[in-house]
Design a protein around this ligand. Structure first.
Ligand SMILES: NC(=O)c1ccc[n+]([C@@H]2O[C@H](COP(=O)([O-])OP(=O)(O)OC[C@H]3O[C@@H](n4cnc5c(N)ncnc54)[C@H](O)[C@@H]3O)[C@@H](O)[C@H]2O)c1
Ligand SMILES: [Zn+2]
Length: 387
């Protein structure tokens, strides 16, 4: 007779999320301090630097400065040829781009304790992080996010993903990074629409988790929309902090359960991105998604209408257009609920705001009420920015 052996494993992940400026300036020790412990105990350390091409072009000399910084602070560090590759959603959607990224990581001769340091937007970090998490079942990943959205949300968490015909982020891994280095200097070159995208994620997490932050965002929405540097830094810091706190304290960092509060508004956002052929970016789609679910929450009695109004006004004041004609295909949009249910593990769980700073989980969505909310959003979206 053989009894059952119950296996139980606890694994602890610790990583720093650093906030700085000009991280490759010789005198800036933020990156050196983060890498030093691991590099000094490695017999033959190596680091592959992967740079999103647009960021490399807009920040002249970036590749050389990164190279010089690493050589200066870590004379023994082996640096395989730097990879400068396209980013954006295509980098995690197009099989040829994904394969190119994977080949670069796989052929750099890295052992499991070597580093991949990726510098780019959230999509580039997702694609490079996915590749790094597969090679030798996981290399040490240092993320250097270069967009507001990636610095405050997508780049600080524990997941990687690429897109597939079966859905957005359909293939992915849980792979906590070795470290995240947020350099505010990168944000200066963002075009208007990308500069704004992260504001939607900040509203998302504020509405469901932090009433004070929600109030602050509403108050500073116009300044944020106008790219006020100081306000944007405060947003990035607080939003990243709330995300990290949720991952750390929710008791479910690897999303084994069904509740997914940080995905508030995302069932429709992901579907809208896909339906628009990714012409609607993630942040813009999230703005519409959270506005839509707030209207639904107000109609179904979980959220005071005043809070839904504040949210819509705040998003509009930050410059978001809360409507895209792809939303008119309501049947297809509502299919997003089905993909979301499958992604969650079979049982639908949608997070709805329940008052500034609070949320509830619902296990069903009334399609006719949601259709009415889509209609309402189309009307409100035309009015909100003008009033
Ligand atoms: N892994 C996660 O947990 C997670 C969480 C949230 C979002 N995401 C993913 O993140 C992606 C969105 O990230 P994003 O908003 O950073 O989009 P993105 O990476 O597509 O970047 C947006 C655009 O900005 C450009 N860009 C990047 N940095 C720039 C800079 N400093 N100056 C000028 N242009 C720059 C990019 O080339 C791209 O054209 C989505 O694919 C989303 O699914 C992942
Ligand atoms: Zn998101």
């Amino acid at each position: 007779m053989y009894g059952t052996i119950q296996q139980s494993i606890d694994v602890r992940f610790i990583y720093d999320v650093v906030f700085s400026r000009d991280i490759f300036a010789g005198e800036n020790t933020a990156l050196r301090d983060v890498l030093l412990p691991a590099i000094s105990e490695h017999p033959a350390p190596a680091a592959l630097v992967m740079l999103e091409d647009k960021v490399a072009t807009l920040h002249a000399g970036l590749a050389d400065r990164a190279d010089q910084y690493l050589r200066r602070h870590f004379p023994g560090l082996r640096l395989p040829p730097m990879a400068i590759l396209p980013g954006g959603e295509k980098a995690k959607t197009d099989p040829a781009s994904i394969s190119k990224i994977l080949r670069h990581v796989a052929s750099a001769g890295l052992d499991r304790h070597s580093f991949v340091m990726a510098i780019g937007g959230g999509a580039f970090l997702d694609a490079t992080g996915y590749a790094a998490s597969l090679v030798h079942r996981g290399l040490r990943m240092v993320r250097v996010p270069t967009t507001v959205l990636a610095q405050c949300d997508g780049g600080v968490g524990v997941k990687t993903a690429i897109n597939d015909p079966a859905g957005k982020n359909f293939l992915g891994t849980f792979a906590p990074p070795y470290a995240v280095i947020n350099d505010f200097n990168f944000l200066a070159t963002l075009p208007e629409v990308e500069g704004r995208a992260g504001i939607a994620e900040a509203f998302k997490v504020a509405v469901i988790k932090d009433a004070d932050f929600f109030g602050w965002l509403c108050e500073h929405a116009k300044a944020l929309g106008a790219r006020d540097e100081q306000a944007m830094e405060q947003l990035v810091y607080r939003c990243a902090e709330l995300h990290l706190k949720h991952i750390r304290e929710s008791g479910d960092p690897f999303e084994m359960g069904t509740a997914r509060p940080l995905d508030y508004g995302h069932w429709s956002a992901h579907q809208l991105e896909r339906m628009s052929g990714y012409a609607v970016g993630h942040g813009a789609a999230v703005a519409m998604g959270i506005a839509l679910d707030a209207l639904y929450a107000a109609r179904t009695g979980t959220l005071a209408e005043t809070v839904a109004d504040q949210l819509i006004r705040g998003l509009a004041d930050s410059g978001f257009t809360l409507w895209h004609d792809a939303l008119r295909a309501t049947d297809e949009l509502l299919e997003g609920l089905e993909s979301f249910r499958e992604h969650l593990g079979g049982r639908l769980s949608i997070t709805l705001p329940a008052g500034a700073g609070r949320s509830v989980e619902v296990s069903a969505v009334d399609a006719s009420i949601m259709r009415a909310c889509i209609e309402e959003l189309s009307l409100r979206a035309c009015i909100a920015p003008c009033t």
